[in-house]
Design a protein around this ligand. Structure first.
Ligand code: BES
Ligand code: MN
Ligand code: ZN
Length: 503
């Protein structure tokens, strides 16, 4: 794992040095001193490379003198516009450019401690690697970069600013690990077991097994797992960050006060069931639990940084398989809410899982807001691609807060339509023989239909649904996210909590 450290800002006499340069190319502080020590080399190199400090620009100088092995100039863009998000992107880009080096030193004498900490966070997020199943990789094929040191004028302050960010990074890494695991390793019971580790952070963790869920009447969630050899689970994770002491023993039954609730779809593998999916690309459905993965990582992040909020995470864990015991198209089940559901397509299973967990969340916890995350529809990828997750909400205030958190973190949300019960889109879900059917309206507006279905189970409470099907897994690297599991939602919702519940 990449070691992050903070040290006093002095010019190093050896090693690999990263020099952030603001737009305009003016060298200040230690960068100016270095330029002087190198007889104006930095200025000449910037000129020769047409490097002006614009965001995203970089210039690489090998063996520049003064004992240094390498100097990497990186543009920060306009000084006033250098936000935490851009600082993270800079850190991530630098990390990726220097993986063949053992150590990177970053001149941050002109950055605020907060921004310096975000540079470190970006580097850490980008350095993530899932290599537990690699056994034959040669040493020289592995990334070497082991140490990322920020040279700050206020190193102690920067280090303190990094502490909560490191907790968020840990949450992100937990999510990425869960999402990347293959489905033979991570099935509902195993996922639930892994959440037990969060108790040591002070979270109260309750695991509901199949029997518990039967007793509760979770007919909608459970029907998805009928065909699987792996039993379903629900996990409830409570964090008492505002209303009192954490509950390390998990035994006290203290009640959360006006919590915010996060609900995740955790389909550990989605074959489609009897309405089976085509073979091509079905392997992607190991990450159909990314919503639950994000909720788990988020709860770890909130507890890890001791966020002053009461929050609860609820995840529904199931495996959707075809078999002699699987649910058939046309079957009718009774949901926890009491509403009966005609299951016309067994591949529209995420909504069946969420229906029961959402209704349970609002009934048991009376949350101020409920936010669910789910890789719910292929249609959201058709609509929004891999740039934004779809946001559906019955509450404008909540929607605006989420969009703002998305802009701050770079985990973007695009609001989609949602109709009141009984109107337009919603009507498509009326069943001929039950209260509601799980598909309707054909392929058209498929993501909206899915959201409308969920809305029938939120009992009018303030709620938002994030359809993250296009965002949970990345086909290519971006600044702070190596390709693969993104942990989309963890940083977004951590920011949402920070901005709205901790002030
Ligand atoms: N897990 C899928 C959605 C999905 C598709 C996520 C591709 C990520 C990538 C979901 O359970 C599903 O199968 N949805 C169906 C709904 C349809 C049957 C109404 C879909 O999108 O095709
Ligand atoms: Mn499905
Ligand atoms: Zn699914």
């Amino acid at each position: 794992m990449l070691q992050i450290a903070f040290a006093k800002a002095v010019l190093p006499k050896s090693g690999v040095l990263v020099v952030p340069v603001p737009e305009g190319g003016e060298l200040a502080g230690l960068a100016a001193a270095l330029d002087k020590a190198l007889d104006g080399l930095l200025g000449r190199a910037m000129e020769a490379a047409s490097f002006t400090g614009k965001k995203g620009q970089s210039a690489n100088l090998l063996a520049p003198g003064a004992g240094l092995k390498r100097v990497l100039l990186v543009g920060t863009g306009k000084v006033d516009a250098f936000t935490p998000k851009l600082a993270e992107e800079l850190g991530g880009t630098v990390q990726a450019a220097l993986t063949k080096e053992a150590e990177a030193l970053v001149l941050a004498d002109k950055l605020t401690p907060q921004l310096a900490a975000h540079v470190a966070l970006g580097a850490r997020l980008r350095s993530y690697r899932f290599d537990k199943y690699r056994t034959t990789e040669k040493e020289d094929e592995k990334p070497k970069l082991a140490s990322f040191k920020i040279l700050s004028a206020a190193a102690a302050k920067a280090e303190a600013a990094y502490v909560p960010l490191a907790a968020v990074a840990e949450g992100v890494e937990l999510t990425r690990n869960l999402v990347t695991e293959p489905a033979n390793e991570l099935y509902p019971e195993e996922f639930a077991n892994r959440t037990e580790a969060l108790k040591k952070l002070g979270l109260k963790v309750e695991i509901f097994d199949k029997k518990d869920l039967e007793k509760l009447g979770f007919g909608s969630l459970l029907c998805v797992g009928w065909g699987s050899a792996r039993d379903s689970r629900m996990v409830v994770m409570q964090w008492f960050g505002a209303s009192g002491a954490a509950q390390p023993d998990g035994k006290k039954t203290k009640k959360l006060k006006d919590p915010v609730a996060f609900i995740g779809k955790g389909v550990t593998f989605d074959t489609g069931g009897i309405s089976i999916k085509p073979a091509a690309g079905m392997e992607d459905m190991k990450w159909d639990m990314a919503g639950a993965g994000a909720v788990t990582g988020l709860m770890a992040a909130l507890a890890g940084r001791k966020a002053k909020v009461d929050a609860v995470g609820l995840i529904g864990l199931v495996e959707n398989m075809p078999s002699g015991t699987a649910i058939r198209p046309g079957d009718v089940v009774k949901s926890y809410s009491g509403q009966t559901i005609e299951v016309l397509n067994t591949d529209a299973e995420g909504r069946l899982v969420l229906a029961d967990v959402l209704y349970y969340a609002q009934e048991r916890f009376a949350p101020k807001y409920m936010v669910n995350l789910a890789t719910l529809t292929g249609a959201i990828i058709v609509g929004l691609g891999h740039e934004y997750a779809g946001l559906f909400s019955n509450n404008d205030e909540l929607a605006d807060k989420l969009i703002a958190a998305g802009q701050a973190t770079g985990e973007g949300l695009w609001r989609m339509p949602l109709a009141p019960l009984g109107e337009s889109y919603d009507k498509n879900l009326n069943s001929d023989i039950a209260d509601v059917k799980n598909i309707g309206g054909g392929r058209a507006g498929g993501s909206i239909t899915a959201a409308q279905f969920l809305q029938r189970f939120v009992n009018g409470k303030p709620w938002a649904h994030l359809d993250i099907a296009g965002m949970a897994w990345a086909g290519k690297d971006t600044a702070v996210t190596p390709k693969g599991a993104t942990a989309f939602g963890v940083r977004l919702l951590d920011q949402f909590v920070k901005d709205n519940f901790e002030k």
